[in-house]
Ligand binder design. Sequence first.
Ligand code: 2BA
Length: 108
Amino acid sequence: MKLIVAIVQDQDAPGVIEELMEKEFRVTKLASTGGFLKAGNTTLLSGVEDDEVDKVIKVIEDNCRTREITTSLLTVSMPGDTYIPYPLEVKVGGATVFVLDVEKHVRI
Ligand code: 2BA
């Protein structure tokens, strides 16, 4: 068994969850925050049999898209402790997916 951990954009999460549920996969949605942008994103957990991993990844691929986000995260420091926000274009991916081996799975 594998545990799929997928970090997706909030806008894409409902589509991924709906299609996974339709295809009878189990999924858990967690609210998460990206370390770089410090903005909300969604982490999905899905425990599946080894031969189902590619099906779940395909659902994620079909429902997630890359977006360009402009942020003023970067600041330029000026003399006298003045900081000027500097716009920064960031491409936020469709999804970041990890596939982990599950040593044991128990449902109680
Ligand atoms: P954030 O950390 O907020 O990153 C958002 C986007 O900012 C990233 O998109 C990437 O394009 C850019 N970025 C991140 N760190 C950067 C840096 N040090 N310098 C320049 N640009 C940087 P994605 O790569 O698609 O990542 C989207 C979200 O997925 C991330 O949000 C984070 O929450 C998660 N993530 C990505 N890779 C991860 C990893 N190796 N481990 C854990 N979480 C990860």
